[in-house]
Design a protein around this ligand. Structure first.
Ligand code: NAD
Length: 308
């Protein structure tokens, strides 16, 4: 047995734990560890594995030195890890941001079909005992225009999949010049943001939440969207300003929206959730068996590469 100790602080798929053990590491599972206990324990481990529950604070990182070498966040985002302190202390931080891309892209397709064919509305009406056939006439996606804001891992997959549905695909990304091979592979067309907003029947956002993207979709942006269009956010809450979205849905400027993420989570914005033309899910973008398995194996691979 190598003298490498890994502490798994939040539940990850067993396959990743097995990979770490097969690499010869001593792996402890303490998936309900409290913040004070983590501070006490950190100094005994070479690596910590966390999801979103465990906060890897400055205190934890300082307590981890000199043994602690790497923190692995299973999943996307590093908001629960003090990356600045980690950098200053020379502790590497990795995540598995690539694992859920396909799961999120497929969820976006689900939203589009639900919005265009009134699937959620039809289901809700039947559960109320109604037969609302004549009120549920929708429209087809083929021939409509899809606008993708943020053409990274997820945006690209959404592009490929919506192209396959027969849609015209427009995309906008601040780094688009470096991604033209992906734009071409998806059969998409790179356009300025205003053109994308004006011409798209669906606009889906796949940018990270940064100071520059917070409320990127506000009243002014939404006003530039085509009347009767739909907007989708399965990226991060706060990219779309919820108040502006409610106003646009109420006025009829937007025909509908689909949301997986909210300005506050769990959301308390019941006015938005209860709107008839909104399809909502509770941040389930990465909740597929395949994505969870991917999170665990990618994290294990990255730890094994870093720790040897
Ligand atoms: P990515 O880093 O691969 O792609 C993001 C893209 O956004 C990049 O190409 C970047 O250049 C672009 N971008 C950044 N700022 C921009 C701006 N101001 N205007 C236009 N483009 C900009 O990320 P990804 O893996 O595709 O993830 C996209 C989003 O999805 C992230 O917000 C991520 O947190 C979120 N996400 C959500 C879930 C979920 O459960 N719903 C799961 C995974 C990822």
């Amino acid at each position: 047995m190598k003298d490498v100790r890994v502490l798994v602080c939040d539940p990850i798929d067993d396959v990743g734990v097995k990979m770490l053990r097969e690499a010869g590491y001593n792996v402890d599972l303490k998936t309900e560890i409290t913040a004070p206990d983590l501070v006490k324990a950190a100094g005994a481990y070479d690596a910590l594995v966390v999801r979103s529950r465990t906060k890897v604070t400055k205190e934890v990182l300082q307590a981890g030195k000199p043994k602690l070498k790497i923190v692995a966040r299973s999943g996307v985002g590093l908001d629960n890890v003090d990356t600045e302190t980690a950098k200053a202390l020379g502790i590497q931080v990795v995540n598995s941001a690539e694992a859920p891309s396909n799961a999120v892209a497929e969820l976006v397709l689900g939203y589009m079909l639900s919005l265009s064919r009134n699937i959620a509305k039809g289901d809700a009406s039947m559960k109320r005992g109604e037969w609302a056939k004549n009120k549920l006439t929708g429209f087809e996606l083929s021939g409509k225009t899809m606008g993708i804001v943020g053409f990274g891992r997820i945006g690209f997959l959404v592009g490929k999949k919506t192209k396959a549905l027969g849609m015209r695909v427009l995309c906008y990304d601040v780094m688009i010049d470096k991604m033209m091979n992906f734009v071409n592979e998806a059969g998409a067309e790179s356009v300025p943001l205003d053109k994308l907003l004006a011409e798209s029947d669906f606009v889906t956002v796949h940018v990270p939440l940064l100071p520059q993207t917070k409320h990127m979709f506000n009243a002014a942006t939404i006003a530039k969207m085509k009347r009767g269009a739909y907007v989708i956010n399965a990226a991060r809450g706060g990219i779309i300003e919820e108040k502006a979205l409610i106003d646009a849905l109420k006025s009829g400027h937007l025909a509908g929206a689909a949301l997986d993420v909210y300005e506050e989570e769990p959301t308390k914005n019941m006015e938005l959730v209860k709107m008839e033309n909104v399809v909502c899910t509770p941040h389930i973008g990465a909740e597929s068996k395949e994505a969870q398995l991917g999170n665990s194996t990618i994290v294990a691979e990255k730890l094994i590469k870093a720790l040897g």
